[in-house]
Design a binder for this molecule. Structure first.
Ligand SMILES: [Cu+2]
Length: 118
């Protein structure tokens, strides 16, 4: 009798396990279409100079320099304003396209790009 109870318990646990793993497999896949991406502003340059992301992704820039910088879209899509040392700027790209940006303080920091695709 005790054995039956043990077998039954094991069977029930197995069923729960199978149902649980099945429900996990059928759950929507983690949002592979979006990802958060980090970029650096270092030595008066944007790194990487070109960022490729999926629509809906957020890019976070961190200023690693002692000088302030900006992350400013040429089309006005985004503008960080002045980012102090160790400061960050985040922007979520919800529209596919190519976004060219620059630093308004340092004219040589030009033509950095975020490419947003579906
Ligand atoms: Cu700058």
């Amino acid at each position: 009798m005790k054995r039956k109870v043990i077998y039954l318990s094991v069977a029930i646990l197995l069923c729960i396990g199978i149902i649980y793993s099945c429900s996990k497999n059928t759950a929507p896949a983690p949002a592979t279409s979006t990802a958060n991406t980090n970029a650096q502003i270092q030595n008066f340059a944007f790194s990487p100079a070109t960022i490729n992301i999926k629509t809906g992704s957020t890019v976070t820039w961190t200023n690693m320099d002692s000088a302030p910088h900006t992350v400013t879209s040429l089309t006005g899509a985004f503008d960080s304003g002045s980012i102090a040392t160790s400061g960050t700027f985040k922007f979520q790209f919800n529209t596919p396209g190519t976004y060219v940006y620059h630093c308004t303080i340092h004219s040589m920091m030009a033509n950095a790009t975020v490419v947003v695709s579906n």
